[in-house]
Design a protein around this ligand. Sequence first.
Ligand SMILES: Cc1ncc(COP(=O)(O)O)c(C=O)c1O
Length: 394
Amino acid sequence: MSESKEIQARFELEVYPKRDITLVRGRNARVWDSDGREYIDCAGGHGTISVGYCNEAVTAAVHAQMQTLTGCSGTFYNDRKAELLELLLSIAPANLTRAFLCNSGAESIEAALKFARLTAGKTDFVCAVRGFHGRTFGALSATFEPKYREGLSPLVPGFSHVPFNNAAKLASAITDQTAAVLLEVVQGEGGVNIGSREYFETVSQLCRERGVLLIIDEVQTGFGRTGKMFACEHFGIEPDILCVAKGIAAGLPMGATLCSDKITVAVGKHGSTFGGNPVMCAAAIATIQHLVSHNLALSAREKGAAIVARLRAAELEVVREVRQLGLMIGIELKTKAQPFLIELMSRGILALPAGPNVIRLLPPLTIPDKDLEAAADALVFTLGRPQPQRPSAD
Ligand SMILES: Cc1ncc(COP(=O)(O)O)c(C=O)c1O
């Protein structure tokens, strides 16, 4: 065990399942461990490394801001924050006109839940089976998976879960007390499940007719990941509230809750000391500018299609289905994913699970074609072999 692994294992509260390597360096889609081993990172910091590790433009922007103003609470106006808000809303669905800046996905969801209750004057939320929205109490109450919720009751009251992609079930769960419907466009943690256009059209119409707000969680799907700047655009969804985080600042902690004119919140009802920190704003501005100027949403479409074509052509016996939107890829297996993830890591490829049977790929959108091809070769080779009998460690 390397020294830093020993120290961390001794002092960190063990909330994360661990892989047995210590990452020390990264550049674009590659990372290196403390023994100097190189990996192609298709886990991408759980989808946060949108424009690659140590992207030069982001690094320069952060460096410059670090020498200018390192903090500024929400009580004061700030030039970087203004610049980011204008840029963020210029790329968001057109009906979204204001934003609250925070530090993570769960925080963006917490804000959305509070804004919805305050605006609607109602208490309840309808969410989806297999939906994942984060680990804080509000976000966890919206999250379906029982293993994340067990032992933590009482959660926030007023949340119900209906099957995803089933508009009739969703309609029957809406009551007079429903403030909002909260959905992902593509369920990430839940297995890379893609909602249909018909589903989102019916849900949007339902929300309008029943006077219910529509909150869309694009924490994982935002910023080009699915081949459009926001996954909403694939299906013409106009959310009342849009939650974003992960890819917004190339791995640095930032989130945002974007709102339409319908949303009203009185001064003092919400806030975050670090939210909209100028250094994070500078990182987000540089990230978004890089995404736009390099048309990385288009790259995500092309690269995602290429890797999926390769996987499908291999006709792998162990694969039940490949689901993909841009560079958000779920390979559902007929068996457990974990041993394959360990095997892939030993071949220099990092990938993620999404539930017990799905291998999930969320590489940086800047991943070079040769890295993607190498990852596809390793996947085809590993999935084509008899199931590895290694212990699981994720
Ligand atoms: C769709 C979705 N919403 C919310 C979250 C929570 O984000 P965070 O871990 O930044 O709190 C995640 C994290 O994986 C997510 O995928």
